[in-house]
Design a protein around this ligand. Structure first.
Ligand SMILES: C[S@@+](CC[C@H](N)C(=O)[O-])C[C@H]1O[C@@H](n2cnc3c(N)ncnc32)[C@H](O)[C@@H]1O
Length: 387
């Protein structure tokens, strides 16, 4: 039986909405449109699973259950109660409601949360002729987002955020979120067939994300999703998508190591990178080495094409001071000068990154790394001089 078409959404960090819309289009969702906070697209419940399994730069995949306007708690209650939750939620669903309010009449998050929950419970009790709901079943995360008095009620299919791929258990100092690392890897100068080098790799996030792209490893392959436990989910279709993703990865993995290399001055960082690589199921496919960026050279001198240095150096905020950070950016320039033809993708909040690096970026993208406003600086590889 054909599954119902739903309005779906993939949430994204500020600055990555267009990147996520692009990922959805590449997955075949031609109608994907970026909006403030993510991208929307249409598809079935199985498409929601497919998106969660494959999206690298998004935070969560949601189902839009209803939209309406509300300027009073009565309007909110009636609007939520009119949504046919019983089409997805079972009688014993554990209903977890969150809320966000901005520029609206209704601005009290706890009140919006409790009134919405009451409305859902009221509806479910009426539809199922029950006096109370046991709520001892699977978790259904419902979010009520009010912006300029317009309410969007969504159901989260992911559970843990999509950044949680399942490989990162230790955090280096100032680690990069996996979805942001994936955006640097996929929306900058690097291409999956080119060499990749992170000379300040910390816990290895950028290298592991690049290796996963090069090996066609779906980012969600090792993790569970809330929707896999739901009654309405076509579990056989989800299992088939997982199996197909595993096959794609195994076929690429059989070809051997990828030209991805990470180094860091800190021995513990290298140990963490190796642990994470193992936990990602990529053992032996990427090389890590302890070294100071001052001593770094092209790790792939025999490669057919020059590659891309991609890195998250200290910004002079959490690690090092601004002067020391600027000194490292000079070292980064010295390194890329020793590697003619290579491109660079670097993220920093340092106001003088380009001055310290000594060159204006070809393209910049403003993003947030946690709470820190940063820019991604992209330098595209130069063509090698004619012989
Ligand atoms: C912001 S952290 C990188 C975090 C990493 N992207 C992650 O997700 O875990 C910056 C890294 O630069 C490294 N670093 C600082 N000075 C260095 C130097 N002179 N040579 C190489 N690495 C250096 C630090 O040890 C630290 O791991």
């Amino acid at each position: 039986m054909e599954e119902k078409r739903l309005e779906l959404g993939a949430t994204a960090a500020f600055g990555l909405e267009g990147v996520v819309a692009g990922e959805l289009k590449r997955l075949g969702y031609e109608d994907a449109k970026g909006f403030h906070g993510g991208a929307t697209f249409r598809g079935s419940l199985t498409d929601a699973f497919r998106a969660g399994l494959n999206l690298r730069c998004a935070d969560r995949v949601l189902i839009y259950l209803g939209r309406f306007e509300a300027r009073s708690f009565d309007e909110l209650f009636e609007g939520v109660k009119a949504i046919p939750f019983e089409e997805i939620l079972p009688k014993n669903a554990f209903i977890h409601v969150t809320a966000k309010c901005a520029r609206s009449q209704l601005m009290s998050v706890p009140d919006v949360q409790s009134i919405s929950k009451k409305a859902i419970v009221e509806r479910m009790k009426r539809v199922h002729s029950m006096g109370w709901l046991p709520e001892d079943g699977e978790r259904y995360g419902i979010d009520v987002h009010i912006h300029e008095d317009r309410v969007a009620v969504t159901l989260d299919t992911s559970g843990q955020g999509l950044s949680r791929r399942g490989y990162r258990t230790f955090n280096a100092e100032a680690p990069l979120r996996e979805s942001l690392a994936a955006a640097m890897v996929t929306a900058g100068p690097w291409r999956p067939w080119l060499p990749f080098f992170d000379p300040m790799c910390g816990s290895g996030t950028l290298c592991i994300e690049a290796a996963m792209v090069a090996l066609d490893r779906a980012p969600g392959l090792l993790r569970p999703f809330d929707m896999e436990k739901w009654d309405v989910t076509d579990k056989a279709a989800c299992a088939a998508l997982r199996a197909e993703a595993r096959e794609r990865f195994e076929a690429k993995k059989a070809l051997g190591p990828v030209p991805v290399f990470g180094s860091d001055i800190d021995r513990r960082a290298i140990e963490m990178s190796e642990t994470h690589l193992r936990q990602a199921g990529l053992n032996g496919l990427v090389q890590f080495r302890r070294q100071d960026i001052k001593d770094a050279v092209n790790p792939f001198p025999d490669a057919e094409k020059p590659g891309v240095v991609c890195t998250n150096p200290p910004y002079g905020e959490r690690l090092l001071d601004e002067k020391q950070a600027a000194e490292l950016y000079k070292q980064l320039r010295a390194l890329t000068d020793r590697m003619p033809g290579w491109g660079l993708c670097a993220i920093s909040s340092h106001k003088d990154f380009e001055r310290a690096y000594g060159k204006r970026a070809d393209r910049k993208r403003r993003v947030y790394n946690g709470r820190i406003e940063c820019e991604i600086f992209n330098y595209y590889p130069e063509r090698p001089p004619r012989a």
